[in-house]
Design a protein around this ligand. Structure first.
Ligand SMILES: NC(=O)c1ccc[n+]([C@@H]2O[C@H](COP(=O)([O-])OP(=O)(O)OC[C@H]3O[C@@H](n4cnc5c(N)ncnc54)[C@H](O)[C@@H]3O)[C@@H](O)[C@H]2O)c1
Ligand SMILES: O=C(O)[C@H](O)COP(=O)(O)O
Length: 386
């Protein structure tokens, strides 16, 4: 029986893919085999030594100590693209909320009961909320991954000019991107050209503060910034200065700080990007299936720290070995298996950065002594038999 600990609400439809006789799923577990999370901050808790895998029902993994898990030989899975459409739709809403002054107009409408003639008040006051159209405006998209590509294409369909910047864009992403999207040579080129700038990058050391004080010097006056990526992508000091002096016309964010939440130029949402029934289900289904295949077969798909590794089952048992990626490991493993009298039916090895992962199907079950010897090989980070 595998024990799965959930640290956030995970869509029931995803959890139903874990058969009750084989999986015990609960928010409270002792020695869980795997953790299933959304935005729970795992940096703040001690991850039990029993944990063999972590599943993130979503895209961002900055809430998970991925480097530490790699050292423990624990894969972290996410659900790439599974909530991208939901975020795209909210970004479009964010552009419309700001361009048509919708939050201010809604606030005014909520005061109508105070007016003797509500109809007259409405017609008299509507000039305060005159907006502008998206068609013909320029959107800059920073990060052209699952979300950024969809946002860029949707903006093109609305008649916007679109600039994109992503030095690490994948070939698949490029195939999906509208040919009309202009490749920006630099962030500053994108900032200088854009009426709206939307950020769709993961939060890491390279992207923290990607919009900063110097960016204000090149940005168009009144630019609308949209942050549905993470708090920290936009430098807080630069943001405040830009909002206060009007360089930034509006800041539409899924991650408002207390101070930003009450700023008149900020439109804040409570991290709703992926909060649709469809996205929650897509993410849960994808990550649960990946977690199951790892726990039951050792296969790896869509891990952020392990290489994709898949092998059809053969033999009597399978060894799943995470090890340091250095010369001589496979030779040493084969030697130890041979000395333990274990014949290799088939084997698959793949590496990613400093980590390597090996699946070995063996013709006879390995006893405890053999497993202990294998696990003791220098450079082995984790060993499981499935
Ligand atoms: N608001 C929400 O609810 C919500 C939902 C999903 C994702 N997100 C956030 O959005 C981020 C992006 O999600 P995604 O699904 O598009 O991920 P993704 O991995 O498909 O795309 C990220 C893109 O950013 C690019 N990138 C990385 N570093 C860059 C840099 N320095 N400059 C420019 N581009 C860079 C990558 O090449 C990649 O194409 C996630 O990491 C997460 O933090 C938020
Ligand atoms: O990175 C993500 O997928 C989003 O930020 C969604 O987070 P959530 O699953 O907590 O809504």
């Amino acid at each position: 029986m595998f024990k799965i600990q959930t640290l956030n609400n995970i869509s029931r439809i995803g959890l139903e893919r874990l058969p009750a006789g084989q999986y015990n799923v609960a928010s409270d577990q002792t020695d869980p085999d795997a953790l299933l999370v959304r935005s729970a901050d795992l940096h703040k808790i001690e991850i039990p030594a029993s944990v063999r895998a972590i599943g993130r029902a979503g895209a961002g993994t900055n809430n998970i100590p991925v480097a530490e898990m790699s050292k423990r030989g624990v894969p972290v899975f996410n659900a790439p693209g599974a909530n991208a459409n939901a975020v795209k739709e909210l970004v479009l809403a964010g552009m419309l909320l700001s361009s048509r002054n919708i939050p201010d107009a809604l606030a005014f409408v909520s005061t109508l009961p105070e007016h003797a003639d509500a109809h007259h008040a409405m017609e008299a006051e509507k000039k305060r909320f005159v907006g502008s159209e998206l068609s013909g405006k320029t959107l800059g998209v920073v990060g052209l991954g699952a979300i950024g590509v969809r946002v860029a294409n949707a903006a093109r369909a609305l008649g916007m000019r679109v600039f994109g910047f992503d030095p690490h864009m994948t070939v698949d992403g490029a195939w999906q991107l509208s040919a009309d999207v202009v490749k920006a040579g630099s962030l500053n080129e994108l900032y200088a050209a854009s009426d709206f700038i939307s950020f769709h990058v993961p939060l890491n050391d390279a992207t923290r503060g990607v919009f900063k004080a110097e960016s204000l010097q090149v940005a168009r006056r009144g630019v609308v910034l949209l942050n549905f990526a993470r708090d920290g992508i936009i430098d807080a000091g630069a943001l405040k200065a830009g909002l206060d002096d009007g360089t930034i016309g509006r800041y539409v964010t899924d991650f408002p700080s207390k101070e930003q939440a009450v700023h008149p130029r900020v439109i804040g949402l409570p991290h709703l990007g992926a909060s649709t029934a469809e996205a929650e289900e897509n993410c849960a289904v994808m990550v649960v299936d990946q977690l199951r295949d790892f726990l039951e077969n050792g296969n790896v798909l869509n891990s952020v720290n392990f290489p994709n590794t898949r092998m059809a089952r053969e033999g009597k048992a399978r060894l799943c070995i995470a090890n340091q990626n250095r010369p001589g490991m496979i030779g040493r493993l084969s030697q130890v298996l041979g000395e333990a009298g274990l014949n290799i039916a088939q084997m698959h090895n793949a590496s990613r950065g400093e980590l390597a992962y090996t699946l070995v199907d063996i013709d006879s079950p390995a006893d405890a002594a053999a497993l202990e010897t294998i696990a003791a090989v220098e450079g082995i980070l984790a060993l499981r038999v499935v």
